[in-house]
Design a protein around this ligand. Structure first.
Ligand code: ACO
Length: 444
């Protein structure tokens, strides 16, 4: 029996049992299956041929949080979580953060190569041409309450852009996709800045296309009475932070963009799904949660008691831990350097002392060491954003502005991958078996 089934599978795969294969014996039936291994993976659909004794629909893999499931092939970002390595298109994050501008990084992620000087000029010009938003977007934002959460406003406003650009539905046309990509990268800082002004009751400041991408964004947020003195150290620090957030392979929000985009909805709707995912405190919302945690702790001397609470399961140490990094997040390392530069300009953020003490104790404590919990990108970023003058509930908006090129690059890659189909996971049904409907007057 075993040999018989082995032959069938080998014939299906058109070859003999090679080294790059996995032999599975189904102890329910005694049948043996040989599955090819490609790029360190087996195909979950290959498991379907493994049917039980009752001839069921075949075996599925069960992985509710995608702990060990590759959902796509991607050439954009490489992470080695054990070694603390992050690369964009092969380039180490440390080099990109030190040497590239944000738009140059966006180009690299989107096009796969660093731009030449002429390509970069054209890309910057394209983006500059689209920074204005329809004035109805302002009216739309005015509909939000004065205390609306900035991320709620952002996801609503970006989703609404799909109604301003109905041509974006043509997702199969590369030229059209390029246009939408440029529009969204150009307009997101404008919308983000309008949201900032809305929260503070300040009049909107129109984009200034003589300024850099970051310079324009900062000006739109902080200009008062037609004046703003740019601080080059803080602007470069913000640019580095946005570069560090620009892509992070198949995280929760990127998977949301890919999954929603796989239905062929327009880019704006797909990205608003990513913004919604990012909003959550276990993902991008952690930078806000870190600041609220530091506020709650209040003083360095309360840190040991707080750590004990975390260890007792009464909450998490926000900004610590990562699904992929099981060593120091390389972005957190770079952010600490940026923090030094920023605090030299703005003066120390008093909460830094609490954060440093939390990190010191946690990195020595067996609870965190044994679980390989290290500071992630969000642990220090909030302190820097606060020193720059951004309110706590605005931090995740800055993360979204940074992550946008990654979301779009992944969306583009998903749409152009011949293997892409609409995302549709399977389930293990655990509900009741068939039963007859009970009319209301006969229920308990
Ligand atoms: N504080 C205390 N304990 C933690 C923390 C933390 N921050 N993170 C994980 N743990 C513990 C868990 O309780 C669990 O312990 P157990 O094995 O005794 O049950 C163990 O470490 C493994 O944790 P999981 O939740 O299984 O890890 P997962 O990979 O699912 O979660 C996550 C990763 C969501 C980032 C988690 O570490 C966390 O909640 N961190 C705090 C929130 C945060 O900072 N999020 C930002 C992540 S970076 C980003 O998205 C931009």
């Amino acid at each position: 029996m075993a040999n018989e089934s082995r032959t069938i599978v080998e014939q299906q795969k058109g070859g003999s049992v090679g080294e790059d294969s996995l032999t599975i014996v189904d102890n329910r039936t005694g049948r043996e299956y040989v599955l090819p291994i490609v790029d360190g993976t087996i195909r979950a659909t290959d498991l379907r041929q493994i049917a039980g004794p009752d001839g069921d629909h075949g075996l599925m893999s069960y992985d509710p949080a995608y702990l060990n499931t590759a959902s796509c092939r991607s050439a954009i970002t490489y992470i080695d979580g054990d070694a603390g390595i992050l690369r964009y298109r092969g380039y180490p994050i440390e080099q990109v953060a030190e040497q590239a501008s944000f738009l140059e990084t966006a180009y690299l992620l989107l096009e796969g190569e660093l731009p030449t000087a002429a390509e970069l000029r054209r890309w910057q010009d394209d983006v500059r041409t689209h920074t204005y938003v329809h004035t109805n977007v302002q009216k739309f934002l005015e509909g939000f309450r004065y205390d609306a959460h900035p991320m709620g406003m952002l996801l609503g406003a970006v989703g609404a852009l799909s109604t301003f650009y109905p041509d974006a539905k043509t997702v199969t046309d590369p030229a059209n996709r390029y246009l939408q990509r440029v529009r969204l990268i150009a307009k997101l800082p404008t919308i983000a800045a309008y949201i900032f002004r809305h929260s503070r009751g300040l009049p909107y400041v129109l984009p200034r296309n003589d300024l850099s991408y970051i310079g324009n964004f900062v000006n739109m947020t902080f200009e008062i009475g037609g004046r703003h003195e740019p601080n080059p150290v803080l602007q470069r620090a913000l640019e580095i932070l946005l570069i560090l957030h620009a892509d992070h392979e198949q995280n929760c929000s990127t998977s949301a963009v890919r999954g929603v985009g796989s239905s062929h909805v327009d880019l704006y709707s797909a990205v608003s799904a990513g913004i919604a995912a990012l909003y959550g405190p276990l993902h991008g919302g952690a930078n806000e949660a870190v600041l609220r945690m530091l506020d709650r702790i209040g003083d360095k001397e309360n840190v040991p008691a707080f750590i004990e609470e975390v260890k007792a399961g009464k909450g998490r140490l926000m900004g610590f831990g990562h699904r992929v990094y099981k060593s120091y997040d390389p972005r957190a390392k770079l952010i600490k350097q940026v923090a030094d530069q920023v605090f030299a300009e703005t003066g120390l953020n008093p909460k830094l002392e609490i954060a440093l003490e939390l990190e010191r104790i946690a990195l020595e404590d067996d609870y965190f060491v044994s679980r390989k919990l290290y500071p992630n990108v969000d642990f220090y970023s909030g302190l820097i954003y606060q020193a720059m003058g951004y309110p706590t509930d605005y931090f995740t908006v800055l993360f979204a502005v940074g992550r946008l090129p990654g979301w779009i690059a992944q969306w583009e890659e998903m749409l152009t991958d011949p293997e892409t189909k609409i995302a549709r996971p399977r389930q293990v049904y655990t509900g009741p078996d068939r039963r007859d409907f009970v009319p209301l007057d006969r229920r308990g």
